[in-house]
Write a protein that binds this ligand. Structure first.
Ligand code: 8YV
Length: 313
């Protein structure tokens, strides 16, 4: 008999179909009566599959006493109640590394789109302003500028490689200095912000990092500085950022992530110094397929009695 798994939200069709072939899958987000669903699978459900945004809350896991594994389709596990998982000895797996290249690519794209005003420029052409108004106002160069990377994990590392290609002077802030890193370590985020032209946020959301890109850090980045966030919206004080964008107290922001997704404060829509994406940095067919594979492999490893390939808890 196959294991019973609770799927919190939709995934790629191919990933879901493989899940359906190997397990008895219950779709949480499609249920009209989630309470009744949890009651009906309370005795049988042994695994949860979820994504980075939906995660797995203790209130759900408490209703499923036989769950032994949470397999996350995503690297971020901030939406999974890890403390609760530890108390129950529930294994948690995620999908690191396979998405780092695409997330780093999008960080570079957002940085260029922001300082080169690519979205404004696109509208300039589409609206027919070029023949009438002539050349658009000049923009700001990225090549050769100073880059700060907040969070030097696998994504930060992939990003640094790309920024090296832009001849950028790269420094980073991390929980601890990385031995052997060729990049300059700056222990304080505020100091890093003060010393760079582009501040890239690639850190995981933890109790230590949530809210850490605060008003003081944004002020340190200053009127010539750009903030690029491909990590989690919760790391940034969104109101402070909005206010500084509105008053041009920072030069611009490239944002893939927001504090309360999918809600984005509409005041951002009015600003031409921000370029936004709907949390899509890992959203290529190639990477999402690889994430699906790793998520499935983690699940299979658990049910085979093996170690998860990429285990967080
Ligand atoms: C995904 C992410 O968009 O990996 C993460 O932590 O936030 C993203 O790659 C998400 O998990 C899929 O919904």
């Amino acid at each position: 008999m196959s294991e019973t798994v609770l799927l919190m939200g939709p995934l790629l069709p191919a990933t879901m179909s493989e899940l359906d072939s190997n397990y008895t899958v219950h779709r949480f987000w499609e249920s009209d009566d989630p309470d009744a669903l949890l009651d009906s699978i309370a005795d049988t459900c042994t695994g949860i599959v979820t994504d980075g945004g939906r995660g797995a809350q203790a209130e759900v896991m408490q209703r499923l006493p036989n769950v032994g594994v949470v397999s996350v389709f995503g690297v971020g596990v901030d939406a999974v109640d890890l403390d609760y998982c530890k108390t129950r000895n529930i294994r948690v797996g995620n999908t690191p590394d396979v998405l780092s290249d695409d997330v780093a690519d999008l960080a570079v794209a957002l940085a260029l789109a922001t300082c080169r005003k690519m979205v404004t420029a696109d509208s300039y052409v589409r609206e027919g302003r070029w023949p009438i108004d002539g050349a658009m106002p000049l923009t700001v160069r990225m090549t050769g500028k100073r880059a700060g990377i907040y969070g030097m994990g696998s994504i930060g590392d992939s990003l640094a490689q790309r920024l090296s290609g832009f001849d950028m002077n790269i420094a980073y802030c991390n929980r601890r200095e990385k031995t052997g890193s060729v990049y300059r370590f700056v222990p304080s985020l505020q100091q890093l912000a003060r010393e760079v032209d582009f501040l890239f946020v690639t850190a995981a959301a933890t109790a230590d990092t949530v809210g850490s890109v605060n008003a003081a850090v944004l002020d340190a980045l200053g009127a010539e500085g750009y903030l690029i966030n491909v990590a989690r919206g919760t790391l940034v004080d969104e109101n402070a950022l909005l206010e500084r964008l509105q008053t041009s107290s920072i030069a611009g922001a490239g944002l893939d992530v927001f504090a309360e997704e999918p809600k984005v404060p509409t005041a951002f829509y009015e600003l031409d110094n921000v370029v936004m994406q709907p949390h899509n940095a890992s959203g290529t067919r190639e990477t999402r397929t690889a994430m699906g594979r790793l998520m499935l492999d983690n699940l299979a490893a658990f049910f085979d009695g093996r170690e998860l390939l990429t285990q967080v808890v």
